[in-house]
Design a protein around this ligand. Sequence first.
Ligand code: ADP
Length: 483
Amino acid sequence: MLQKTSHFMREANLIDGEWVQADSGKTIDVINPATGQKIGTVPRSGGAETRRAIEAADRAFRTFRKTSALERSKLLRKLHDAIMDNQEALAELLTIEQGKSLTESRGEIGSSAAYVLWFAEEARRAYGDVVPSPWTDRRVLVTREPVGVIAAITPWNFPSSMLSRKIGPAIAAGCTAVVKPASQTPYSGLAWGALCEEVGVPKGVVNIVTGAAGEIGDELCANPLVKKITFTGSTEVGKMLIQKSAATVKKVSMELGGNAPFLVFDDADLDRAVQGAIAAKFRNSGQTCVCTNRFFVQAGIHDQFVEKLAAAAHALKVGPGLEDGVQQGPLIDEKAVEKVEEFIGDAVAKGGNVVAGGKRHELGGSFFQPTVISGATRDMKFMKDEIFGPLAPVFKFEKEEDAVALANDTEFGLACYFYTGDLGRAFRVMEGLKYGMVGVNEGVITTPEAPFGGVKESGLGREGGHQGIDDYLDTKYVCIGGL
Ligand code: ADP
């Protein structure tokens, strides 16, 4: 199984076009969460390797910034084709290190390719402005230029597609990059290095360093050659990166935690809502920042919804991601399982009813039963904290305004979802929800054409959409006088 993926499974850093080990020779083990077995190792790098990667990116930037938009667009098209030509091998590698089902991995690799294609197109549309001048003898131009070296830090839940939203716009804009993938899932990140090499991305344009997160992060934040940090991960680490980047006033884009509400009104199409609920909750075993954290269901439809959701959750096939028909793989590690158990214990102690699952799966390891809890109340931990696991808590509500207030009662504001058949309500609720993304009668809404991102403490900046390249470009105003 590993043989098929071996071309992409790189166990080294990519710095200035060379695959190299950590200076210390130390490594980190990478574990398959479905078996608990070691897959391989990656370098345990620190500040020195990161500095060299940044310097390589800075040297590469001097020439890469002068390439034409068309040239970079063609490069990204080739990258898109290479990803799709190797979709199966990349998906297997992703499942082996991350745990998600092969179907979901194929989807993620497809999504990576789709983002790259989108940015191949956007590369040619990074328009500036010619502004009507207030002076008769001067002209006013606004141009956009690549910011320079960017640093990308990515999480383990979408180790491929989170990079596509960062490497894609970086190359499109003419920036160069230093990438740090999560240590649990580094191979899908390193595979981007192999793909970039294959399609002829010049050396030093994309550098990848694995290892000690704190040391690598500190160098990325402190080094003045890095002009922008783009991060997807926890709010806690994101806040720290913003603080550390302040010393050199870097641009920052942050895709942080969520606490997605999912509202179901009495007038909703029940079956459609249940179907959307399953997709919005149990995708990637609940380990996505846009996964539903809290279900709010109106009293008239509540009991039926709970019954149907519990049945659908119970029917999900749990198992190793490579097995046929599996819909839910293991959680990333033991810590993630303990966290879900803690949420369940807290809810049960406060009067919640487990109506599906509730326990570790009989497969052992980090497999967990898809779980539904009814009778959720505001004092339970998941009202405020992100679950990041296959647990669906259901709250009952009576009035529309109460549901919207409950949904907004969080410091997060990433994705939210609601189901209704009433047009007026659809507009009222959509406008009332303080979130960066809203699914109306839809549970899965991410697409490269639309801006992904949050408000409040869920983040800064947008990835995808025409907005997705903005943070990789500096705006320059040029006044031409003496005409
Ligand atoms: P999660 O809880 O989902 O693992 P994290 O925010 O801890 O989320 O991790 C997301 C990414 O941030 C990973 O690549 C991780 O290695 C990295 N990271 C963690 N701590 C730091 C840090 N102090 N500085 C820079 N990056 C970090």
